[in-house]
Design a binder for this molecule. Structure first.
Ligand code: ZN
Length: 139
């Protein structure tokens, strides 16, 4: 049993930008010494999240619209009184989506459905560089 810790970075546009990070995660796993196990993906920050989705144009509209219904951008959040950064919706959306995801892999290949991609969603109000931690546990 071992643990390996790796990182990669992505640049987002913010405003519920959805990035397909499947290839970057796959490359990270193929470069790891551990060949079978689980990968814990984690994005540092309280205004982003990681999940899986079918990465197709319809859902890339549906998911942001669903978040807009759950935690609308243009309402008052108590958080705005704290910092005045007007991203209360981004924090609430991140908390609901979660900032981590565990994915199993076998022979260095991710176990995902054909129509299932790993995505990072950036809810913040502007472009950000996001660091994704890939902590690999296995073999
Ligand atoms: Zn904030």
């Amino acid at each position: 049993m071992g643990v390996e810790t790796k990182y990669f970075e992505v640049k987002t546009k913010g405003n519920t930008d959805i990035l397909d990070i499947t290839k970057k995660v796959g490359k990270t796993l193929r470069e790891a010494k551990i060949k079978n196990g689980i990968a814990c993906l984690f994005v540092s920050g309280s205004t982003a999240g990681i999940t899986t989705i079918e990465y197709e144009p319809g859902l890339l509209k549906d998911l942001p619209q669903a978040f807009e219904r759950i935690a609308p951008q243009n309402i008052e959040y108590a958080h705005h009184q704290t910092w005045g950064d007007y991203n209360g919706h981004a924090h609430v959306r991140s908390a609901l989506l979660k900032t981590s995801l565990v994915v199993p892999f076998v022979d260095s290949e991710l176990i995902l459905g054909t129509w299932q991609q790993i995505v990072l969603v950036d809810f913040d109000t502007g472009s950000r560089n996001r660091k994704v931690l890939v902590q690999i546990i296995g073999d």
